[in-house]
Design a protein. Structure first.
Length: 452
């Protein structure tokens, strides 16, 4: 604990870097990541059996995008902004200064262990903060590489990595950081927010939940099947924004499931659970939890398990009801339960009866259906006629709403998430209106002419 407190004190004393210095820090971070690309890929293959293509796209490439975008726009975001001043304040000028919060704690999960640790780090550094980063203990090889990279790219008072499990997280959460950025489960999100409340620390909570995927009869079924298969089974379904369950119109269910089975075969081959680059489930605990779901409903395809390698073949479960265990919690694995509907009202009713999801996917070619869903359902973000892709652009803020989280990041939003906007009014000394003072004659009458 003393070590952690000493580190925090050092980081609190850290002198705010200029915008130019921050750009240099980011440039240097990118260069160090480049030097360690092979280590990152190997660590991701070791901890999660990610293929090089998947790992590069979803972990390393996304981080490069985030760094490039931030470096390009940082001067514009970071400079003070002039804003208007109302008539009542005549003679004065108003501006907003972008101030770093100071010391930031970032806690990361294991499913995209590199990207979900480094992307928020980029935001926090761009805003001029010092960072303590706690990667997930469930992906230890990646965590080690992150540590090496951060140690090479930053001085300890700028950014440091603290490795460890729940005990270390608990100790960190006792400290008076100036900001906490947490990515993980809803349950731990509540623990984080409670701890933060003790010091009134502002938080961003990037959480999870059950994200629906809705398929209408007018959808392009072949394309929908391909994109849903991709979104669900990437990283063996261990993606916070993966379609958690399928709500498909009764009339197109058979077609869609048939097409999805073809896609699963095309993407992952004959026995995915034996393929070296089909993602593994992160731990035995998670593997056992997912295995129990395989007895729900009827297996349309998949269901094979590889206990030795902790792999489960891409599985589709039909004849599922809301009462089944697989519908009681976020699945976070390669299992897709299927339910059907007859009318759009049924869809909105079902989704609204549950916590607001992190993502929602709608497959339709009807603009009216699109508007109806977007107007009637609240969720973090999502796609029309695709899955996952909204997360991979620096132009769209990413985050949840309600139980799926609070706050947002990526691109400009990352900078502003880690920035306190300090409002300043600079008053003139050349004149002074006396009507605001308590002894002013007719003060109230004059004020009434302005404020009515
Ligand atoms: P988790 O909540 O178990 O762990 C996240 C972090 O919290 C880890 O660093 C862990 O060490 C720490 N932690 C765990 N238990 C703790 C406790 N009792 N007290 C304090 N700290 C604790 O989450 P996970 O299993 O790593 O990740 C899976 C969850 O994260 C899923 O729910 C998923 O949807 C969500 N997720 C959300 C996003 C997003 O961007 N919204 C991204 C990835 C994952």
């Amino acid at each position: 604990m003393e070590k952690l407190t000493a580190l925090l004190n050092k980081q609190k004393a850290f002198k705010k870097p200029s915008t130019q210095e921050r750009i240099r820090l980011l440039q240097n971070l990118k260069a160090v990541i480049k030097q360690h690309e092979e280590d990152i890929l190997q660590a991701l293959a070791h901890d999660l059996h990610k293929s090089a293509q998947e790992a590069y796209t979803t972990e390393i490439g996304m981080v490069y995008e985030e760094i490039n975008h931030t470096m390009k726009h940082l001067h514009k975001w970071a400079k003070p902004t002039r804003v208007k001043t109302p008539l009542t304040h005549i003679g004065s000028k108003s501006m907003i200064i972008k101030e770093p919060y100071g010391s930031v704690l970032i806690m990361a999960p294991w499913n995209y262990p590199f990207q979900l640790a480094i992307s928020p780090l980029v935001g926090a550094i761009s805003a001029g903060n010092a960072v303590t980063l706690k990667p997930s203990e469930l992906t230890p090889r990646v965590s080690q590489v992150i540590r090496t990279i951060v140690e090479r790219a930053f001085k300890i008072d700028q950014a440091a990595v603290i490795e460890g499990g729940v005990d270390v997280s608990t100790a960190l959460l006792k400290l008076p950081f100036d900001y906490i950025f947490f990515t993980g489960s809803v349950a731990v999100g509540k623990i984080v927010m409670e701890a933060a409340a003790k010091h009134l620390i502002p938080v961003t909570l990037e959480l999870g939940g059950k994200s629906p995927c809705i398929v209408m009869p007018d959808a392009d079924i072949k394309l929908a099947a391909k994109r849903i298969t991709f979104g669900k089974f990437t990283n063996a379904g261990q993606t916070c924004i993966a379609p958690d369950y399928l709500l498909v119109h009764e009339s197109v269910k058979e077609d869609l499931l048939r097409e999805m089975m073809t896609c699963i075969h095309d993407f992952y081959g004959e026995r995915p659970e034996t393929q070296p680059h089909f993602g593994k489930i992160v731990s035995t605990r998670h593997f056992d939890r997912l295995s129990h779901f395989l007895t729900n409903g009827t297996i349309v395809t998949g269901g094979q398990r590889n206990e030795h390698e902790l792999k489960i073949a891409p599985t589709i479960l039909d004849h599922i009801t809301w009462e089944d265990p697989v519908m009681q919690e976020e699945i976070f694995g390669p299992i897709l339960p299927v339910m059907t509907f007859d009318s759009l009202d049924e869809v909105t009713e079902m989704v609204k009866a549950r916590p607001k999801p992190l993502a929602l996917y709608l497959f339709t070619t009807n603009k009216k259906t699109e508007t109806y869903i977007l107007d009637n359902l609240s969720f973090g973000g999502g796609c029309i006629n695709d899955t996952l892709m909204h997360v991979a652009t620096p132009y769209l803020p990413f985050g949840g709403v309600g139980e799926s989280g609070m706050g947002r990041y990526h691109g400009k939003e990352s900078f502003f998430t880690f920035t306190h906007e300090k409002s300043i009014l600079r008053q003139t000394n050349r004149f002074d209106f006396s009507f605001r003072y308590p002894n002013a004659k007719n003060g109230l009458d004059i004020i009434r002419t302005f404020l009515k």
